[in-house]
Write a protein that binds this ligand. Structure first.
Ligand SMILES: Cc1cc2nc3c(=O)[nH]c(=O)nc-3n(C[C@H](O)[C@H](O)[C@H](O)COP(=O)(O)OP(=O)(O)OC[C@H]3O[C@@H](n4cnc5c(N)ncnc54)[C@H](O)[C@@H]3O)c2cc1C
Length: 288
């Protein structure tokens, strides 16, 4: 076994933004793509759970018998300039905060609408994260990833399956590195980023542990609006509730239990189905 940094029997609460969860079997922190490939071959992809900041995941209480691969040691990046275009090569663990600093420094256009999402590159590509009418696949050009057999694959954007809050990497592999294209802008990019952050602060419960949007927006409507219309905005079971600021965000009031969270989701899904005939689809990734 390669000597890859790891932690056994670790607290899952420390690896997600909503701060719920029991004990995970093991988490590895590979520092290069060969180590990722090795872990996938050693354990089998079905056993693996890739992990960024954990801002869209919910872990159950108790023991989770999975092998987590965390990207905190994959934070290298390169910047290449060609005329007015900038190409950023980013490893999976690079955070959106780091990208914000780069785009502000060079006044680059293309990332500003995504700037306030708490994400790593790997998690954002897997989820096709998006905001304010943009999504990460708008700027992606190429992805280097490790497939279920542990092979390192290089794919151009045209070869990748993605849609609203979905990419094939959710089932098919581990994102290692991406290339994105941005360009020098005439607009004041720092100012746009600041406005988006102010707007998020107004609309989202950023002062509480949360996992972002619980449900995907159904076609032509908003999940938050439906949850509000069935009377669940601000509704709480034990220490978990739908935020009174944004009904599609779950918030952990202190010591939330996974069991209560599932009761709350079941209630919301039932009420929305009964009232509107709509099946809410979970955006958060639940790991049990
Ligand atoms: C306050 C708040 C606001 C948010 N706002 C938005 C928003 O505006 N728009 C939006 O789209 N999302 C939003 N989110 C959700 C979340 O930030 C995004 O989904 C983000 O992309 C998740 O990134 P992460 O690195 O934390 O991934 P994680 O939460 O760690 O993982 C998410 C999924 O991606 C997979 N994954 C992670 N890394 C890799 C990898 N290297 N290879 C393959 N799969 C991987 C995981 O297995 C999991 O299935 C918000 C969340 C919070 C808490």
């Amino acid at each position: 076994m390669l000597s890859i940094e790891r932690l056994y029997n670790f607290n899952l609460k420390d690896f997600c933004t909503i701060k719920i969860g029991g004990i995970g079997k093991v988490v590895y922190f590979p520092k290069n793509v060969d180590e990722i490939s090795y872990l996938i071959k050693e354990y089998g992809f079905e056993k693996i759970f890739p992990l960024g900041i954990g801002s869209n995941v919910i872990f159950s209480d108790g023991f989770i018998d999975r092998v987590f691969i965390h990207t905190k040691n994959l934070k290298s990046y390169e910047i290449k300039k060609e005329k007015n275009d900038f190409y950023l090569m980013l490893e999976a663990g690079v955070s959106f905060k780091t990208i914000n600093n780069i785009v502000k420094k060079y006044n680059l256009e293309g990332f500003e609408n995504l700037s306030g999402i708490p994400a790593t590159v790997g998690g954002a590509v897997a989820m096709n994260a998006g905001a304010y009418g943009s999504e990460i696949f708008d700027i992606i050009q190429e992805v280097w990833w490790v497939n279920k057999n542990g092979e390192i694959i290089h794919s151009k954007k045209e070869e990748i399956k993605y849609s609203y809050r979905y990419s094939q990497f959710q089932e098919e592999g581990f994102v290692y590195k991406v290339k994105i294209k941005l360009k020098e802008s005439d607009k004041n990019i720092s100012q746009i980023i600041k406005q988006h952050l102010l707007d998020r602060n107004k609309k989202q419960p950023l002062d509480m542990p949360t996992a972002g949007s619980t449900y995907k927006n159904p076609p032509n409507t908003f999940a938050g609006k439906l949850i509000e219309q069935v009377g669940l905005k601000g509704y709480r079971i034990g220490d978990i509730g739908f935020s009174s600021k944004h009904a599609n965000f779950l918030v952990n009031y202190s010591n939330a239990k996974f069991e209560d969270l599932i009761k709350l989701l079941t209630l919301a899904e039932k009420r929305v189905k009964e009232n509107f005939g709509i099946e809410l689809e979970r955006e958060v990734k639940i790991v049990e």
